[in-house]
Design a protein around this ligand. Sequence first.
Ligand SMILES: Cc1cc2nc3c(=O)[nH]c(=O)nc-3n(C[C@H](O)[C@H](O)[C@H](O)COP(=O)(O)OP(=O)(O)OC[C@H]3O[C@@H](n4cnc5c(N)ncnc54)[C@H](O)[C@@H]3O)c2cc1C
Length: 615
Amino acid sequence: MNKFDLIVVGGGHAGVEAAWIASQFDLDVAIVTLPDVGLASAPCNPSVGGVGKGQVVRELDALGGLMGRLADLAGIQYRTLNDSKGLAVQSTRVQIDKSRYSAFAEDIVSKTKNITVIRAKMLGASSLEGGFLVSTSQGDYGSKKLVMTVGTFLNGKLHQGMNQCSGGRVGVESSDSLLSLFSSIKKRPSRFKTGTPSRLLKGSIDTTKMVEQPSDPQTRNFHCMGEYSARNLPQVSCFLTHTNEKTLEIIRDNKEKSPMYNGQIQGVGARYCPSIEDKAYRYPDRNSHHVFVEPEGLDLDTVYPSGISSSLPAEIQEAFIHTIEGLESAVISIPGYAVEYDVVDTTELNLALEYKDIPGLYFAGQVNGTSGYEEAAGQGWVAGVNAALSCFNRAPVFLSRHDSYIGVMIEDLISNTRDEPYRLFTSRSENRLFIREDNAIIRMHPYRSYLLLQNGLDAFLERFVQKTQILSKICDEFIFPENSPDILEFFENQLSTMSRSLTLSELLKQAWLDPVRTLERVLIKFDIVFSKDVIRTVAIEKKYAGYITRFDEQFEKIKKMDGTHIDWEKISKSQNVSFECRSRIEKIKPSTFGQLKRIEGIRPATLAVVASQAL
Ligand SMILES: Cc1cc2nc3c(=O)[nH]c(=O)nc-3n(C[C@H](O)[C@H](O)[C@H](O)COP(=O)(O)OP(=O)(O)OC[C@H]3O[C@@H](n4cnc5c(N)ncnc54)[C@H](O)[C@@H]3O)c2cc1C
């Protein structure tokens, strides 16, 4: 029997990241994955990034993950979202050529000597002394640690109108249920649902009736060590059109044929990723919804109409699609469908994404009740790195919610039982002005250093951090004397005199100035050379420094309490804790005040009791 240090089951976005980071520790890693599914394949929207998600991709990239590099290799349209809002909340979104994205993942993984890809179906697993025995359709394998990243496949069931069949996604078989794969897991999984729109033949749509959205040549690529904005592939456009009254009328008239609304689907879908049926029935007064027509690849003959995900019968999907401007003659290549699947109760996991009752077993990705490639990839990194560290008996690495969106997601996941799929939004973070795309390297550098991997990326990050420190110091110490003509020039004619001296840092805070452009201009004028990335990071940091310092002061007070260890058993026995809070505490078993605080339904009175005991 072949033995590995780590077996990752599932070669999706979570599985590839888990295997990739573990392989950097020189461990023997295997990916066991279904033969008919390519590595890091995209069964839904052909894009990476977006609001909140772009930040995750950059965090992953600085942590040594793969997603940013793959997106750059396969990127065919780049955009900066929230362009008109503040610099702190802007996010990158990249349209990918989905077959090339998966092919690049296959290529990189196949060239990594210590990752073996086993194209087989996992049939079961059991824990043995010091590890696991994994049974697959190709034989049995042993491993010290096991990471499960099986996406939407556990007990997967596909729906399209009245048609139902078993499957993890269209054309691919499902996996056995969690309880039959692991006889030692007793907890019943929840059932979630997601869906996807019809794919349309490119040649059958009329983009002249739609609003073109070309690729933005200025948007920064994802990979921090790569070119700033030179693209690997030719760029293409997306197109925007809208649904109308007729579209929604057809959907409303066929409510009884919708598996989501006639009781056929029991699983819960993501509130913030609604199907067109959800939009039609939940918002009866709204008929105009965006439809983004997105290319799936340079050589693929299909487009992805984002915004009209549906599981209505194929002929009804065709009828409503034909009412949309530009899609009047659209030919459906694959009709939309929904998939129902089992998800793990993530309150059974710890911050390393390890199953509390089965040490060495980790879960990551959609199987944890999240939705989205980036969320899956972020969890894959966390599970993979911690499985690897535990092979060396090293302490796990926990990303804090204070400085990363991945940390926000992990803490949210393990603190509460999910009653619907989890998606990342910037609003889930208390610290949005600090957790930005531009400073991902600064935020992730301490975590990456902890891994002691010391490869080219680590040297790059180290240099980057040093350069930002130098430029930051220059900004603080560079003084424009009062009424200097230089400063008036940089104030862009907003002032005729400046009656006091000003540091460069103070200049960058001025409300009407674009800090990045201003810092670039000042540095050019005084012949000081720094890379575009370093300038951007420092300029935005200076712009928001005041807000961030104020937030940090408040946060430090709360953090002191957050890290305080608590005895959940003692708390649950307290007379002053309500029945509801007690049952939630007993379920989650929080070990810190911060974790207790974030359990849904915990009342301030309970927190007050605990705080008075803890201090
Ligand atoms: C129909 C559909 C619609 C979706 N819609 C959206 C959406 O609107 N928005 C959004 O953000 N995300 C959507 N997604 C989700 C998106 O695909 C996932 O978030 C993402 O792919 C999850 O990554 P993952 O690595 O967790 O799982 P996946 O990418 O699904 O990968 C799972 C892997 O596990 C393998 N596997 C499963 N069972 C076994 C087994 N027993 N043995 C061996 N290998 C196994 C499979 O081969 C696959 O490689 C949708 C997915 C589907 C299928």
